[in-house]
Design a protein around this ligand. Structure first.
Ligand code: ADP
Ligand code: MG
Length: 291
């Protein structure tokens, strides 16, 4: 974990606003400290019981009061890194994820999450705690109670558009990490950087044009798309090249399988871009990368 040392002593984020009604806002610092102490003690209790039980689901956690409100904890599920509990404070419900291994992915990703609001489940606050000399982290996010039949497909479509306009990728897109069309296991989320980041080779005006093109795909307006492509082909051919690769790589096999109907529709837009790219003589406008 290369960012480990930089962030290790910090709490990331802030208290969920749903809880503001339970304490005096003038004392938000004291409230945050009380909150962190309470959750850290729950996380420590989890880890001390972890040594005696083989299944995380057997671990029942007791909770003290928080802001004078009753606290209830109910085991939900475990992933490869953490165990998730439904956490009820007064009338407000959240998801509490306690990492079993020294993982700090949530803390790395939280500062970036506002760039992908409609794709990611909201994580509010995360902190590091120590157990038996090792460091772990916990995170509080929205509890996603419901799921939809189109959950996975919806997420894949959102992800495709986020890739095109922002270079956002999600490495671990299995259905267990997605609920109600949102990524709930946020550490797998990333914004491409370095040599493979094509979008950063466009300037802001060009990114705005990409967003316009993407919006024509979203609203299924092929005529407007074609018109804009014709214009851009002359004024900013790099955009055509960008769209060519982004549409190709934003559509990983897993995505297209799970949103077949959607990607069948996208094919018409891809053909427009492919035809425009064939007309271009300029090669290698985007710096070559891993492809
Ligand atoms: N915010 C949430 N709301 C409801 N259930 C959740 C939430 N976060 C996680 N879960 C459940 O807990 C499981 C494990 O969480 P996950 O974040 O994927 O852990 P890991 O990083 O260990 O894979 C998920 O598959 C899901 O069933
Ligand atoms: Mg997971």
């Amino acid at each position: 974990m290369k960012k480990f040392n930089r962030r290790i002593h910090k709490t990331m984020g802030s208290l969920p606003p749903q809880l503001f009604k339970y304490f005096d806002m003038a004392d938000i610092k004291a409230a945050t400290d009380e909150f962190n102490a309470c959750i850290t003690s729950i996380a420590n209790e989890f880890h001390s019981k972890l040594e005696y039980f083989s299944y995380d689901s057997n671990i029942k956690l007791s909770a003290s009061k928080l802001f004078g409100q009753p606290v209830k904890l109910q085991y939900v599920a475990s992933g490869s890194v953490g165990s998730v509990y439904k956490l009820k404070i007064g009338n407000e419900t959240f998801a509490l994820k306690i990492n079993r291994s020294s993982a700090f992915g949530e803390m790395d990703v939280m500062p970036l999450q506002k760039r992908a609001k409609n794709l990611l489940n909201h994580a509010y606050i995360s902190s590091v705690f120590e157990h038996n000399g090792r460091k772990y982290s916990w995170v509080i996010s929205d509890y996603v109670a419901n799921d939809s039949a189109r959950s996975f497909e919806d997420a894949m479509i959102k992800l495709y558009f986020a890739y095109l306009t922002k270079g956002i990728i999600v490495r671990d897109t299995h259905p267990g990490n997605i609920k109600d069309g949102k990524i709930i296991d946020i550490p797998s989320f990333d914004i491409r950087d370095g040599a493979i980041d094509d979008i950063k080779q466009l300037n802001l005006r060009q990114i705005d044009i990409v967003k316009k093109l993407v919006n024509f795909i979203k609203t299924d307006n092929i005529d407007a798309f074609q018109k804009l492509v014709n214009r851009v082909k002359v004024s900013d051919p790099i955009i055509i090249q960008y769209m060519f690769f982004a549409m190709k790589f934003g559509r990983a096999p897993a995505l297209s399988l799970n949103a077949k109907e959607f990607f069948a529709k996208i094919k018409r837009y891809e053909s427009v871009i492919n035809a425009a790219k064939k007309d271009l003589n300029v090669q290698h406008m985007l710096k070559s990368n891993a492809r």
